[in-house]
Design a protein around this ligand. Structure first.
Ligand code: SF4
Length: 260
């Protein structure tokens, strides 16, 4: 009987992923297969199924699987995801669009009807306004800018995503942020701000401050769809964009100073 214990207390998600990787490589180390995915009795061969499993699957395992994915796997996984009820009425998952190495990441709440039909975030009237907002600060969709949403599937009737839906979709946005490594995140509206900052505070009280999402500076402004209904608040959104630009300039200057 082995005297050594192989039990290990998993401390956090990172530890979970590390030990999962170690275990998956066991068949390779034992020369049972050329790569982990080729060994049919190990978890690596069914990782995609775990990632796409809905209720009843181990949420930690699903999250850990998603946090290991590359861009192609992540997009495929979201396209087939059934982890929350929003998949039932979507035309397609709306993954995100833009420069995968962008310094700027803009995050909205979820796809609307136009986005659901086209498969791209911010393509309706609100999308046009967002493009105009980007142009006002010399930015362009797809060029040093990535645009994503908190949930990848359209909430019916354009309602806000429910908390459990945002929680189910969180690993996708988290992985997108990890892969992009933006210098600055701009949260567009209440849902994105509250999700990324884990707060219940209103947009009005979150504006004008430099927040932090897992070490990445974050600024809050209004969602373009809200601005279309509340034109006077466009001036406040402009203040937020100017604040974002000056923050980005400061971050770039700091980076240059650090490199010298
Ligand atoms: S909203 Fe996110 S978690 Fe829900 S089904 Fe779509 S991709 Fe999956």
């Amino acid at each position: 009987m082995a005297e050594e214990s192989y039990d290990h207390l998993i401390r956090d998600d990172e530890d979970f992923v590390q030990h999962g990787n170690y275990i998956r490589q066991n068949p390779v180390c034992a020369k049972l297969a050329a790569n982990a995915e080729a060994y049919p009795y190990a978890s690596a061969s069914c990782i995609e199924q775990i990632a796409n499993a809905g209720e009843g699957a181990c949420a930690t395992g699903r999250r850990a699987a998603i946090l290991r994915m590359d861009w192609a796997e992540l997009k495929d996984s979201a396209a087939g995801c059934t982890a929350c009820r929003l998949h039932e009425k979507r035309t397609q998952a709306v993954f995100g669009v833009g420069d995968q190495n962008a310094d700027w990441l803009f995050v909205g709440e979820g796809p609307g009807a136009d986005e659901d039909a086209k498969g791209e975030p911010f393509v309706g009237q609100a999308g046009k306004l967002l493009d105009n907002m980007l142009a006002a600060i010399q930015l362009k969709r797809g060029k040093n800018v990535y645009i994503a949403n908190v949930v990848k599937c359209r909430p019916p009737g354009n309602r806000n995503p429910e908390q459990d839906e945002a929680a189910a979709c969180e690993p996708y946005l988290t992985r997108q942020i990890e892969l992009i490594q933006p210098k600055l995140i701009v949260a567009l509206g209440k849902v994105a701000a509250q999700q990324l900052l884990a707060t219940q505070s209103a947009v009005g009280s979150l504006r004008g401050q430099l927040h932090n999402h897992r070490g990445i500076p974050l600024i809050v402004t209004y969602h373009p769809a809200y601005l279309l209904r509340n034109l006077p608040d466009k001036a406040k959104a402009w203040e937020d964009l100017c604040f974002a630009v000056s923050t980005m300039n400061g971050l770039m200057a700091q980076q240059q100073a650090d490199q010298q």
